[in-house]
Design a protein around this ligand. Structure first.
Ligand SMILES: NC(=O)c1ccc[n+]([C@@H]2O[C@H](COP(=O)([O-])OP(=O)(O)OC[C@H]3O[C@@H](n4cnc5c(N)ncnc54)[C@H](O)[C@@H]3O)[C@@H](O)[C@H]2O)c1
Length: 271
């Protein structure tokens, strides 16, 4: 007989989830999966009648949010708590890509970093008090394979996503004692609007892309069972696998022994 009891921490009826960039491709697929499990879903995205309709069509709530507005992130979290009583999971998923293909367009670079990296930092700042009040919870950041492997066509995107992965890894140990897990998913190219400018090239090269549903499954799995600070690569034909970070060479003392990092600089779990 199949055990239908959700694993501890799994999304379940009564949970409340907030998804930034929530009316885009991944957000819509994720909302559908969470609604199937009875989760109350709030899709936060740039305000437009179309985005409000997307949320309503999925049985989700809509919150107008530009993730680059630090105060607005806090206001949305406060509104979610006021309306739904709690917050259990936050998917920091809003993102844009650069369009320039050559040289360095610093204005575009800054715009991408503002949304894709600072949007994650502001979203985390806003969510943490609410997750603590709920007794713990989960933050899942949508980074990208471009954060682990350089993306020559979009340096701003690579920097922002690499920064998001570094943020997740460096924040994670600070949150463990509060029962809050922060993790990242790093999908390869997936079939959403963000790849529209590249779509013909993928088709011409017969290059496989992920479905939004495959990525959404990885996002749900990260809520339910991610290791703190983990980054999950999602690739066509591979599924979601934890990325193994290579360690860096340790410092050596004058006598050639491995130097011991000062206690105060170690993650709390290693002190
Ligand atoms: N599709 C891919 O190939 C792919 C691969 C790896 C990572 N990602 C990342 O996945 C995330 C979701 O993208 P998607 O593939 O669903 O694309 P998408 O374009 O369908 O969705 C992105 C969403 O983010 C929203 N958004 C953009 N700027 C915003 C802002 N300032 N404030 C609030 N919302 C904003 C958009 O309105 C849109 O709904 C992004 O972070 C993207 O970088 C996508």
């Amino acid at each position: 007989m199949t055990d239908t009891t959700p694993a501890p921490g799994s999304p379940a009826q009564g949970d409340v989830a907030l998804v930034t960039g929530g009316t885009g491709g991944f957000g819509r697929a994720l909302a559908a999966l969470l609604r199937e499990r009875g989760v109350t879903v709030v899709l936060a995205d740039l305000d437009s009648p179309a985005n409000r309709e997307v949320a309503a069509g999925l049985g989700a709530h809509f919150a107008a949010l530009d993730v680059t507005d630090r105060a607005a992130n806090a206001a949305v979290v406060a509104a979610v708590e006021a309306e739904h009583g709690r917050l259990d999971a936050v998917f920091l998923n809003a993102g844009i890509a650069g369009q320039s293909r050559h040289g360095l367009d610093v204005d575009e670079f800054l715009k991408v970093v503002d949304v894709d990296l600072f949007g994650v930092v502001y979203g985390t700042e806003a969510a943490l008090p609410a997750l603590r009040r709920a007794g713990g919870g989960s933050i899942v950041v949508t980074a990208s394979l471009a954060g682990l492997s350089p993306m020559a066509t979009d340096p701003g995107y690579s920097v922002a996503k690499g920064g998001a992965v570094a943020f997740v890894r460096s924040m994670s140990s600070r949150l463990v004692d509060d029962g809050i897990t922060i993790s990242a998913i790093c999908p390869g190219f997936a079939d959403t609007a963000i790849i529209d400018p590249l779509r013909d090239e993928f088709a011409a090269a017969d290059f496989p892309v992920l479905s939004a549903g495959e990525v959404a499954e990885a996002m749900v799995a990260a809520w339910a069972g991610a290791e703190p600070g983990a980054a999950y690569v999602v690739q066509p034909g591979v599924g979601a696998v934890p990325y193994k970070f290579k360690g860096v060479p340790a410092a050596r003392t004058a006598s050639g022994e491995t130097a011991v990092v000062p206690t105060a600089l170690r993650p709390p779990s290693m002190r």
